[in-house]
Design a protein around this ligand. Structure first.
Ligand code: NOJ
Ligand code: CA
Length: 643
């Protein structure tokens, strides 16, 4: 630990452990700035820091440096589940104590992160943020991939590739950027009790944090002292390098308490049947969530070796206009044809975990008033998983419409996660707040949606969407993409993908809860493909990205955490692609049997979706595996040691 007593120093710098990244801090006319160099080249030019507070004049200016200290930190963190077991937490830290707040910078070899600690003020306990001033002044020539913020469908938009100058309206983070030959992703970690950071160009042409406002026009109300979320910039020489940047988790706290009861889960659902019109959420002749259907799905899941079952449309509120009914939906009142306790007992007897469902439609006031009772109801029936949903365009909180990603939204989601943890319930949030790594602290938050998933298939998803997510949305953690829809020619609604690509998704979209989303009869029809779905794990020890370009293709290998098997998943855009995959990630001197699920020669995501081939060969770590992906297709490979 190295400390300066104080004072006149107005510029100081800190380097990453290898020296590759340098962050320079400067106080100019009493206001703080920083810039970042990567291998000696400026990658983030002079950028402003700080806040404007409502009713507090000159809060951000006229500051002095009271103290500066540096420290180094090195640690290996073990994550209880996820796409990798161990992450590195090695960084140098610079703490600059200013008059109004303390700035903490952490510089890793692939990330720069900063956060604010707002100091207590005389006689003022609570302040309101008018504006956060944090800038990320990247090159005006950079290219970006983003989704728009403040739109009706929350995070559910197709990604847009745009020059950075086009970001005059706010976009969500992670915001992925290519600047020269460097790839960056701007995001945040440990978002608590504050609005989500979106980004837009300010009048200097610099990207600036735009904190999601509350309905009263402020950005957030804070109790002092307050520690802000971390702002982080991931840096890589390739887009692929970003995909294994796990620093977001390192910037979150270790779990407090025992979470050994948390188990990642693969689950089926009384779900896609509603999308293809076979069943309805609403009561009536085609009602999906009946006791009878539930028992049949439980039997099917047990037979397929899938350990969980989601049941949607089970409670009162789905009749008629369910979007309106959300105001009064009852979360402990099953419909007449659904005997929840009996279904739960039957599931337990067959070793199947039920995944309960709470569609709130964003009516948070109604939901919160029942929260404790609703979670107790599931817990009493031994239902250990809940999928929640917030389909509305805004949330009704304290009688006012608020953004899902506002401070009040953030606090609501947090309340559900913490209550669920108390009741030993795992949770999958749809229409969620974006991931900021809080699942490190609350591992029962197994997954979330937070992007367009396959519910948008059937025309709304460009084929590049799934090839963009690994480099954008997935930098914020696991996603419930709803994989494995093999009914690729269904006349009502089908994914525009090849059938094999649906298997690949189980690997490309790692997640603590993974849905095998199609119906039992379809898995019965394709038993050879269902075998892959049965075998694919949901918890990995290591992840090795093999190839990728944003929007174009992505191939990744992951090792099962509980045995020595490896799985590879690959997807491509509308172009057919051939790859030669080096298997040097496999342990040496071990022969593996590779089972390859491949697009047939003439397969095509528009004209011939269901053509596939399965082949087996033995391989070892010095081999190169040639794979061919059809237009809009994929590849899935299961590698198990021969002995
Ligand atoms: C949107 C969710 O993403 C989807 O999975 C769910 O089925 C519907 N809302 C209905 O709750
Ligand atoms: Ca959704």
């Amino acid at each position: 630990m190295f400390k300066w007593a104080e004072t006149k120093i107005s510029e100081t710098k800190i380097t990453s452990p290898s020296g590759k990244i340098v962050l320079i801090f400067r106080l100019h006319n009493g206001a703080p700035y920083y810039k970042v160099l990567l291998n000696g080249t400026e990658i983030i030019a002079r950028s402003k820091l700080g806040f404007n507070l409502c009713g507090v004049k000159n809060y951000n200016s006229r500051q002095r440096i009271l103290d500066i200290s540096t420290s180094t930190h090195t640690e290996t963190i073990e994550l209880p589940w996820g796409e990798t077991q161990y992450i590195d937490n090695t960084y140098n830290e610079l703490t600059v104590k200013l008059t109004k707040y303390t700035l903490i910078f952490r510089v890793f070899d692939n990330v720069v992160a900063l956060c604010y600690q707002l100091n207590p003020m005389k006689n003022i306990k609570r302040v309101s943020v008018a504006e956060e001033l944090t800038e990320f002044n990247v090159s005006p020539n950079a290219t970006t991939w983003s989704i728009p913020a403040y739109e009706l469908d929350r995070y559910e938009y197709n990604y847009r590739k745009q020059p950075i100058q086009a970001l005059t309206k706010s976009v969500h983070t992670p915001l992925t950027i290519k600047s020269g030959s460097t790839f960056l992703a701007i995001h945040e970690a440990a978002l608590y009790d504050y609005g989500s950071m979106t980004l837009k160009l300010n009048h200097h042409g610099h990207l600036q944090a735009d904190i999601t406002p509350l309905s009263d026009g402020t950005k957030a109300h804070l109790n002092l002292p307050f520690k802000s979320p971390w702002r982080l910039v991931m840096l890589g020489e390739s887009a692929l390098e970003l995909t294994t940047n796990y620093t977001m988790y390192a910037l979150n706290q270790a779990p407090r308490g025992d979470f050994s009861w948390v188990k990642p889960l693969k689950f089926m659902g009384i779900w896609w049947a509603m999308y293809v019109g076979e069943y309805t959420w609403a009561p009536g002749p085609r009602h999906g969530a009946t006791t009878k259907h539930a028992r049949a799905y439980i039997d099917a899941a047990a037979k397929l070796g899938i350990k969980g079952l989601l049941i949607e449309g089970w409670n009162d509120g789905w009749e008629g206009d369910w979007l309106k009914n959300g105001q009064t939906t009852n979360f402990t009142s099953p419909m007449a044809d659904f005997d929840l306790p009996a279904v739960a007992r039957y599931a337990e007897s067959r070793g199947i975990e039920l995944v309960g469902h709470h569609e709130t439609v964003g009516f948070v006031d109604n939901y919160t008033s029942q929260l404790e009772r609703a979670y107790n109801y599931y817990a009493a029936n031994h239902i250990n998983y809940i999928k929640t949903g917030y389909s509305g365009s805004k949330m009704l909180i304290h009688g006012r419409y608020e953004y899902h990603h506002s401070q009040l939204g953030v606090n609501h989601y947090q309340k559900t996660v913490e209550l669920a943890a108390k009741k030993h319930i795992c949770i999958d949030i749809h229409e969620p707040i974006k991931g900021t790594g809080i699942e490190r602290t609350f591992p029962n938050l197994l997954t979330r949606e937070g992007a367009r998933g396959q519910e948008y298939e059937g025309g709304a998803l460009p084929i590049s969407h799934a090839c963009t997510l690994p480099f954008t949305r997935m930098l914020a953690g696991g996603m419930d993409y709803t994989c494995g829809i093999l009914d690729v020619d269904n006349p009502t609604k089908h994914p525009n993908t090849t059938i094999v690509r649906q298997l690949a998704y189980f690997i490309t979209f790692a997640s603590g809860m993974v849905m095998a989303a199609d119906r039992p009869a379809i898995y019965q029809k394709y038993q050879d493909l269902a075998e892959f779905i049965k075998n694919v794990p949901v918890n990995f020890e290591r992840t090795v990205p093999l190839a990728g370009e944003i929007e174009k293709y992505y191939i990744v290998a992951r090792k099962n955490r509980s045995n020595n098997q490896w799985f590879i998943g690959g997807i491509t855009d509308e172009h057919a692609r051939n790859f030669e995959l080096k298997l040097d990630f496999l342990p040496p001197n071990t022969t593996f049997v590779a089972k390859l699920y491949q697009d047939a020669k003439n397969a095509n995501f528009m004209t011939n979706r269901s053509a596939y081939e399965i082949a087996e060969k033995t391989v070892n770590s010095s081999d190169i595996l040639k794979v061919c992906l059809a237009p809009g297709g994929g590849v899935a490979i299961h590698l198990r040691p021969l002995s």
